[in-house]
Design a protein around this ligand. Structure first.
Ligand code: HEC
Length: 134
């Protein structure tokens, strides 16, 4: 029993430490533009739509290729963990399946040249799709 309690406590401590790493990476590499609470500014988008965006066809790719993500000075494993955490924080649930190192490594090799147009196309495609289902 003692071992079980110790194991659970250690598990919680490790989970907490992992989230702390991701929060740290966010503060260091993202918050300068997106703000500590993700609210963005007049020129930087808020992060409150990432849960919706990641679920759209092409949305996972968009998030992995947006320049601030693709060019972050983090290795792909840490960047994947950061995105999984961030989407959970702002979108209500982590993406399914979770991003992993291999997916992020592939996506970030092709940073978007025109992220604003890519985002607009994502939303437009979704509208078309809705029309198709009517
Ligand atoms: C130098 C400022 C800057 C930094 C640093 C930055 N971003 Fe961004 N981010 C932007 C801007 C500006 C956009 C809008 C697209 C564009 O013009 O690149 C954006 C778009 C995004 C989007 C898409 C949001 C949407 O609603 O379309 C996500 C997700 C995102 N950033 C996450 C991150 C993460 C995670 C980090 C840290 C690893 C980060 N960004 C670092 C400026 C930044």
């Amino acid at each position: 029993m003692k071992h079980l309690v110790r194991a659970i406590l250690l598990g919680c401590a490790l989970a907490g430490a992992a989230a702390a790493d991701e929060r740290f990476d966010y503060v260091l590499h993202c918050a300068g533009c997106h703000k500590l609470n993700g609210s963005g500014s007049t020129v930087v988008p808020a992060l409150d739509e990432i849960g919706r965006l990641v679920a759209l066809p092409g949305g996972r790719e968009y998030i992995g290729r947006v320049p601030g993500v693709a060019q972050a000075p983090l290795d792909s494993e840490r960047l994947a963990a950061l995105l999984n955490w961030l989407i959970g924080e702002h979108g209500g649930a982590a993406p399914q399946p979770l991003y992993d190192e291999v997916e992020i490594e592939t996506l970030r090799r092709q940073p978007l040249r025109d992220p604003v147009a890519a985002r607009a196309a994502l939303i437009e495609d979704q509208k078309d799709c809705k029309d198709c289902n009517d």
